[in-house]
Design a protein around this ligand. Structure first.
Ligand SMILES: [Zn+2]
Length: 399
């Protein structure tokens, strides 16, 4: 079995000329060494090149080629799609179905025999016999998801349960996307599953979103809030390259330690420093009277005012306040925090509050130790305001 990756055009010529591969291809002197399986991590655009395909054809037709790249299906968790199908029954606009990319874009399998685009949980058996076992591959069965929801007792019970489950699945995949104008997005926090969530939520429009993403805000240095950042930066760069557009650095607002973390990553793995302009959270803190907020504007999103608020969580943790000069809305995102008066003052009269409330009401001790809010606290303070906003929103959607 061979596992190969030719990451870019630069490597193609030396890759296909590498003599060591001959031992495993059709012209091998020892036929017992011929590869039964080649796993290709090679990206789609390199796979399509005639040179690479000619290299693949040097293997006999008995060799299986398993392609594992960005063209693979985005369906990697039944639970996420199942919940969305069930919530969709409650409100199709608010809970629109996720993109379930199951078709394969490239047509390489028609040109090279025994070529398969990998699916989640698909197996390749080496012993006692060689071959793909497709029975274990993950498949979505929307009819069954819907049937299960329909059998549930009572609408309210179902709603409560599903809301809890979707929170449970989202807990380690934190991100919020704000579309601030027709062509401008802000990403607030970036947990490790962020890129996958973007693919599922936006499908083929993910490229447009990343291209027009002007600001990323990282609230604090816990892994579930920043581990997906490098993937987002790299994917965004890839799209600029693909569309042959001049790269525009993204504005990255984050804690001081994030700058250090990216510096270490660039020194030890790959250089990503050229992909962003860093702004420290603390440099955007609002003053007591919120005057500084009216100065915090960026060239990449001139209509927006952006301020940060220190919150009660870990060192250098911040919430963010974004307001629009022209449309007069104001958004507050808390990040992880205990109840925080500074955020209450700065967020007064906001149009939308996105408030972290990780712990259930009965986990008071754990919430205090980990400096999180419980679900009851933001609810108590903001129940009436949120109710009004939701009613307005639902009325607008209804009409
Ligand atoms: Zn945290």
């Amino acid at each position: 079995m061979l596992v190969v990756e030719c990451p870019s055009e630069k490597f193609l010529e030396p890759f296909v000329s590498e003599s060591q591969f001959q031992d495993y291809q059709a012209e091998a002197t020892d036929p017992s060494k011929i590869a039964s399986l080649v796993v290709h991590f090679t990206p789609s655009e390199i796979l399509k090149s005639p040179l690479y395909q000619k290299w693949m054809q040097r293997f006999p037709s008995t060799t299986c080629h398993l392609i594992l790249n960005e063209d693979c299906s985005t369906v990697n968790s039944t639970a996420v799609h199942k919940i969305q199908h069930q919530l969709n029954l409650l409100h199709p606009q608010i809970f629109s179905l996720l993109h379930e990319k199951e078709e394969v874009k490239n047509d390489i399998s028609s040109m090279i025999p025994n070529t398969i685009q990998a699916c989640t949980l698909e197996r390749y058996n080496l012993r006692p016999f060689n071959g793909i076992d497709e029975n274990s591959a993950l498949k979505l069965q929307p009819d069954e998801f819907i049937e299960e929801a329909m059998k549930a007792e009572g609408f309210e019970i179902l709603l409560r349960e599903l809301k809890y489950k979707i929170e449970e699945k989202r807990r380690h995949l934190k991100m919020e996307i704000l579309k601030s104008s027709e062509k401008e997005y802000i990403l607030m926090d970036c947990g490790e599953g962020t890129y996958g969530q973007i693919l599922r939520l936006f499908g083929d429009k993910n490229e447009d979103l990343l291209l027009h993403l002007s600001v990323i805000f990282i609230s604090h240095m816990h892994a579930d809030h920043h581990l997906g950042l490098i993937t987002i930066l790299k994917e965004r760069k890839r799209i600029f390259n693909k569309l042959e557009r001049n790269y525009e650095k993204i504005r990255l607002i984050g804690p001081m330690n994030l700058k250090q973390w990216l510096k270490h990553y660039s020194m030890n793995f790959e250089n990503v420093k050229s992909l962003y302009k860093f702004v420290e959270c603390s440099s955007l803190e609002h003053d007591e009277f919120f005057n500084l907020h009216f100065e915090n504007t960026f060239q990449c999103c001139p209509d927006l005012l952006i301020s940060t608020v220190p919150v009660n969580h870990c060192q250098d943790a911040h919430g963010i306040i974004v307001s629009s000069k022209s449309s007069k809305w104001k958004l507050v995102y808390s990040g992880d925090t205990e109840p925080c008066n500074r955020l209450v003052i700065a967020g007064k009269d906001c149009s939308l509050l996105i408030h972290e409330a990780t712990m259930e009401d009965d986990l008071a001790t754990e919430a205090a130790v980990k400096r999180h809010c419980r679900t009851c606290l933001p609810r108590r303070h903001l129940y009436l305001a949120l109710r009004q906003i939701c009613l307005k929103l639902l009325r607008r959607i209804g009409s």
